[in-house]
Write a protein that binds this ligand. Structure first.
Ligand code: GLA
Length: 395
């Protein structure tokens, strides 16, 4: 059986109750921001390409209240940020805040430091509770950043005019307060997710298109968490990114978005290392696959969508080399099941999750087969596209 997630409402109620227990009064603000699964378009965002993620019912909820001081007191109770943990920091000079320990608090500190509002941000008490698994490639950090930013908007009444600006500030928090030079996908989908839709994002000009999932009919997306920790993912991510930039530079192009398959031949004549050519080949083909997959989803050609998912995984494994033995096992086991349309790793790779498109009536057989084949302890979630960050009721 797939894991049944607590509803957003359950998490909301629990966060509000915990706030009352921790601080002896009721919270007057409650917000949430979702994690995401990327359907296709992997390692394309920092190459100005296209991505196709959707927001998940896994959320980070923050319940809180301004506290008439310049101190933030934050209790985290969630998976997303470790076990119960209290952190306190002074924000009287918030622009000068620096990352430190504990690490999870850096996402909150970073958002407070970079919140795009010139007025006074009061100190506050808050409880954080999350159902987004950490280190699973489902964007628990983006969910925490976007939830914090949404909380600050609710508390100050200063709401970003353009949703892209909010996502961009949250991305800069990840860069400067977590030291991860990520692309823009995770923060964008956590801000802009829409129920029943995937989001096609053009990472060059930030244009978006909501893609309805109505053609899924009797099919669904199943997320499988390998529960295998990310290994070396941060340094390997940076290496991949640098290779892409190097390839674009050798081609005198701004980014690999502007490159074509013919350019791979050009790279060969410019003494480009073979490994860099492989990285570029993944990116160039993945950008193309993402556009084709979006068209397939829009027209209800799920077979084509599944084939592109398979090709995406194979390219991530062979050319980009970000898969792992665990992810490959999950993907090939899924593909053995009748009714599975396509399967691939999702997120940065090196561990974390896969995403599989399959017929609804094949879900139980698929889970059984994968459990039998996979040595580790996998968890299974049915992925329903949900809304992005929002304020929740406090009653
Ligand atoms: C991580 C990053 C994203 C993106 C993916 C790979 O999730 O945060 O920006 O680069 O990896 O597609």
């Amino acid at each position: 059986m797939a894991t049944i997630l607590p509803s957003v409402n359950d998490v909301r109620v629990e966060a509000l109750q915990n706030f009352t227990e921790e601080f002896g009064e009721n919270a007057n603000i409650c917000v949430c921001a979702p994690g995401r699964v990327n359907l296709i378009g992997e390692h394309t965002d920092y190459n100005d390409g296209f991505v196709l993620p959707m927001a998940l019912p896994m959320v980070t909820v923050i319940a809180g209240k301004a506290n008439q001081s310049s101190i933030c007191k934050i209790v985290s109770l969630s998976d997303a940020v470790g076990t119960r943990n209290l952190v306190e920091f002074d924000i009287s000079n918030r622009r000068a805040l620096k990352p430190g320990e504990p690490k999870w608090a850096n996402y909150v500190k970073g958002c407070v430091a970079k919140f795009s509002y010139d007025g006074l941000v009061p100190g506050f008490n808050a409880v954080i509770l999350s159902t987004v698994p950490v280190g699973a490639g489902l964007s628990s950090s983006a969910a925490l950043e976007v939830a914090t930013y949404t909380f600050l908007e609710a508390m100050t009444g200063f709401v970003s005019e353009r949703l892209e600006d909010k996502a961009l500030v949250c991305q800069s928090v990840e860069h400067q307060f977590a030291g991860v030079p990520c692309g823009i996908m995770d923060q964008f989908i956590s801000v802009m997710g829409k129920e029943g839709h995937a989001l096609l994002l053009d990472c060059r000009d930030l244009a978006t298109k909501q893609i309805p999932m109505e053609h899924l009919d009797d099919n669904l997306f199943l997320i499988i968490n390998s529960n295998a920790p990310h290994k070396l993912s941060s340094s390997a991510y940076c290496e991949r990114r640098d290779s892409c930039f190097e390839a674009a530079k050798l081609l005198n192009k701004k980014s690999l978005r502007d490159a074509t398959l013919e350019d791979l031949e050009v790279l060969k004549t410019r003494h480009c290392p073979q490994i860099t050519i492989k990285r570029a080949r993944h990116v160039i083909t993945e950008i193309q696959r993402t556009l084709e997959a979006t068209a397939a989803l829009e027209s209800g050609n799920l077979l084509k969508f599944g084939t592109l998912m398979n090709e995406s995984h194979d390219s991530l494994r062979e050319d980009y080399e970000v898969s792992s033995q665990e992810l490959d096992t999950l993907v090939s086991a899924a593909r053995e099941v009748d009714g599975v349309v396509g399967s691939r790793l999702t997120g940065a790779g090196f561990g974390g999750c896969t995403v599989t498109l399959l017929r609804k009536d094949a879900v139980e057989t698929a889970i059984k087969h994968i459990k039998k084949t996979y040595k580790g302890n996998a968890t299974f979630y049915i992925a329903k596209p949900t809304n992005g960050a929002r304020q929740l009721e406090i009653k």
